[in-house]
Design a protein around this ligand. Structure first.
Ligand code: IMP
Length: 184
């Protein structure tokens, strides 16, 4: 495992993004919609860095299914629980890879007539982009490596790490699941 972005660098970048979002929303109360589950740590830190009133909700989209490759066909697993018509909505993503998930979310939310729709992504894996999507606030651009930590997982592991690290090809081999470990 190779650390790509240390904890201090993440914290100061998240604080900057919070200030930037606050400057861009002087009057409104933006609704942050976090994309579960990878967003959780970023979302919490971003909220603490956002010095304006804001509301939160969460959505869950599935596209990876325990592998390191996107299937390219996002599916809504859990929707938000409110009407977003007339709201200033900000999608909070952990990472934009091929772009299909974000494109799917943008289409889904735009159809619900928000006043505005923006996206903040902690990580932008731009070399892998297949679907060009606008991202308004980007934490860091990263190379084409599979990364974990700060909420991001590989087969549900490594989310707790306070930094972002890239896994080696050996570390990306299929991992034993909780069930297979218990059954051994
Ligand atoms: P996309 O639809 O290919 O842009 O994929 C977006 C989703 O894939 C993200 O929200 C993550 O959940 C997941 N993902 C993409 N790349 C990585 C990675 O390097 N590590 C962990 N999850 C990733």
């Amino acid at each position: 495992m190779e650390v790509l972005i240390g904890s201090d660098a993440i914290q100061s970048r998240v604080r900057e993004i919070g200030r930037q979002i606050a400057r861009d929303h002087p009057a409104g109360v933006p609704l942050l919609i976090g994309v579960l589950r990878g967003c959780v740590i970023f979302m919490a830190d971003l909220m603490k860095s956002l010095p304006i009133p804001h509301e939160i909700d969460f959505i869950s989209v599935s596209s990876y299914e325990h592998s390191s490759q996107s299937s390219g066909t996002p599916r809504l697993v859990k929707d938000i629980g409110r009407d977003i018509a007339g709201r200033d909505v900000i999608i909070v993503e952990d990472i934009v890879d091929t772009g299909y998930t974000l494109e799917f979310l943008r289409r889904t939310f735009l159809a619900r007539n928000p006043a505005s729709l923006k996206t903040v992504a902690l990580l932008d894996k731009r070399p892998r982009r297949e679907c060009p999507v606008p991202i308004d606030y980007i934490g860091f651009e990263i190379p084409d490596r599979f990364v974990v930590g700060y909420g991001l997982d590989f087969a549900e592991r490594f989310r707790h790490l306070p930094y972002v690290a890239a896994l080696s090809p050996e570390e990306l081999l299929p991992q034993p699941t909780a069930r297979s470990v218990g059954a051994a």
